[in-house]
Design a protein around this ligand. Structure first.
Ligand SMILES: [Mn+2]
Length: 266
């Protein structure tokens, strides 16, 4: 019995299958923690979604920004983006079932002192704060204001007294966070390596006094950061969709297994 955290798959189904073979993944015995962004940009999002859906309780999934974009496309509240590779999902006969399942997935998952999230946690949030906000935001996403929340997601803030204005900053941060300033305001558009961050922007996990520093956060979303293993932190996005690697980290002992996006044929 082992639990493996696997970083952003983004439709890279072939490397995923090779990685699962390499770790001898057995859904009857092992568990997977998927850090989100199952879909988009890569070649086979539909196969990844069908695979994750079929795993049932053997997989824990948190939603990433690309997963939310797919849900917004399906709901008809977002247009296609230039590099989207979602058409096969949207046209699939089982799309209604797959997308209903995806919409029910969590924004944050906690087990003991381990937490799984796509982007990160703002430094001013305790894990208990983030967990409570996640449960409330998940309920909004699955409720009557869900499509309005999805429609607003390209932004970080909305005006007004409604659920969208209340939960948009949380959902935007938890699914897109890489860097923020020392007061915990996200620097939303920066996606480069930490050393190239704009003045005043630092990785969310390096903010002094971060209130979630007492737990271990497993996250993805930051391919320019790459594999990042430090006390209390497991960053797993190793850029498979950009031709690099797909990585699984075994949570029991932090052993790392990486599979190249394009294996050499020798
Ligand atoms: Mn992402």
């Amino acid at each position: 019995m082992a639990t493996y955290a696997i970083g952003d798959i983004q439709g890279c189904f072939a490397p995923l299958q090779r990685l699962l073979t390499r770790i001898h993944f057995d859904p009857a015995r092992d568990k997977l923690w998927l850090t989100g962004d199952l879909v988009n940009r890569g070649p086979d999002s539909l196969a990844v979604l069908r695979w994750a859906h079929a795993l049932g309780p053997a997989a824990v999934v948190v939603l990433g920004n690309h997963d939310l974009h797919l849900l917004a496309r399906w709901a008809g509240v977002a247009g296609a983006r230039r590099r989207d590779t979602l058409d096969a999902v949207l046209a699939a006969p089982d799309a209604p079932e797959l997308l209903a399942w995806l919409r029910r997935q969590r924004l944050l998952y906690r087990e003991g002192d381990l937490c799984l999230v796509h982007g990160g946690l703002l430094p001013q949030w305790t894990l208990a704060d983030a967990e409570r906000m996640a449960r409330e935001a998940e309920a909004v996403l699955c409720g009557p204001a869900g499509n309005a929340l999805l429609a607003a997601l390209p932004r970080q803030h909305a005006e007004g007294p409604d659920a969208v204005a209340r939960y948009l900053p949380f959902v935007a941060a938890v699914t897109r966070l890489r860097t923020c300033n020392a007061s915990g305001h996200p620097c939303d558009h920066f996606n480069g390596a930490p050393a190239a961050a704009p003045p005043g922007c630092i990785p969310w996990f390096e903010v002094p006094g971060r209130k979630s520093a007492d737990v271990t956060v497993v996250f993805g979303h930051w391919s320019a950061l790459g594999l990042y293993i430090a006390p209390g932190l497991i960053g797993t996005d190793t850029g498979c969709v950009w031709g690099r690697e797909l990585t699984a980290v075994r949570l029991e002992d932090r052993e790392v297994f990486s599979e190249p996006a394009f294996p050499l044929n020798v």
